[in-house]
Design a protein around this ligand. Structure first.
Ligand code: A3P
Length: 293
């Protein structure tokens, strides 16, 4: 048995601003680095609740920036190409010296963002995905990632997920925080489901928000490179460069299924009904329009 499969939240996570973060990747000094980070107005920040399509965006956005030139996605692993600002690597990558526009990712909630974010208002691409699919993706991910607590049964993991006792806290809080932002001019909301339906249109929307005019041909090339089956073969993006001690992709691939509605293969009717009831209750005052409502 893998040692981590018996390790608890207290052993694997620390609590930062009220949410769990995996200890090994987020030591206190790197969280401090993010607190003091200076944004530029033309920075591009990909914000996601985990398992909502971060890796996909780490492929698409650099290609929009490079106007379809594949060099960045074929030569730089996604975690250095679009680093997570809260992760230890961010503090050793000399991000201050990167030319604009810099591209970053974060899983932080809106109310966890550092001071400079609220002053500078960099451009944000906020990606949302149906929470039952986020749950399902996360359930499989927790089985293969050694730095995460073993999910246990679907019922056990669902209890943790719905009460926010998982890494980066509650999906509901994350989504409510980011969709209730008053000044939304610097934020583009993107749904995973829309990207699945029409990736070219999503690439067009993102490039227009980012002020990059791309030809139809370049947009089509980017979308073609980023469809699941093609992206899955990119070793700079499929996490095959990471040791199997950290990601055991024999248990579950990082780029696992890349579809919508896979929760139907994981949840029983009763589990799905319970999830819906909690969703209804927690989201009842939310005005934002979700594509699945
Ligand atoms: P599944 O586990 O449902 O397959 P994140 O990058 O935020 O951790 O999210 C991971 C999820 O996004 C996984 O979902 C993964 O397969 C999916 N994903 C990554 N690249 C994708 C792509 N090109 N097309 C569709 N889904 C993709």
């Amino acid at each position: 048995m893998h040692l981590c499969s018996i390790m608890t939240e207290a052993e694997l996570y620390s609590v930062y601003k009220g949410v769990y973060v995996p200890k090994d990747f987020h030591p206190p000094e790197c969280l401090r680095y993010y607190e003091e980070f200076n944004f530029r107005q033309d920075d591009i920040l990909i914000v996601t609740y985990p398992k909502s399509g971060t890796t996909w965006m780490q492929e698409i956005v650099p290609l929009i920036k490079s106007k379809g030139d594949l060099t960045p996605v074929q030569t730089i692993p996604n975690w250095d190409r679009v680093p997570w600002l809260e992760e230890h690597r961010a503090s050793i990558l000399n991000l201050e010296e990167r030319p604009s526009p810099r591209i970053f990712a974060t899983h932080f909630h809106y109310n966890m963002m550092p001071e400079s974010f609220f002053k500078v208002k960099p451009r944000v691409l906020y990606v949302l995905r149906h929470p039952k699919d986020v749950f399902t993706s996360s359930f499989h991910y927790h089985k293969m990632a050694s730095f995460l607590v073993n999910p246990g049964t679907v019922d056990e993991f669902m209890e943790k997920f719905l009460t926010g006792k998982v890494m980066f806290g509650s999906w509901f809080d994350h989504v409510k925080g980011w969709t209730h932002v008053k000044d939304q001019e610097h934020i583009l909301y993107i749904f995973y489901e829309e990207m699945i339906m029409d990736l070219k249109e999503s690439v067009r929307k993102m490039s227009s928000f980012l002020g990059k005019s791309l030809s139809q041909e370049v947009i089509a090339d980017i979308a073609d490179h980023c469809v699941f089956k093609n992206m899955k073969t990119n070793k700079m993006s499929n996490y095959s460069l990471v040791s199997s001690e950290i990601f055991d992709q024999k248990k579950s691939a990082f780029l696992r299924k890349g579809t919508t509605g896979d929760w139907k293969n994981t949840l029983t009717e009763a589990q799905s009904d319970h999830f819906d009831a909690v969703y209804e209750e927690k989201m009842k005052n939310v005005k934002f329009h979700f594509v699945w409502d």
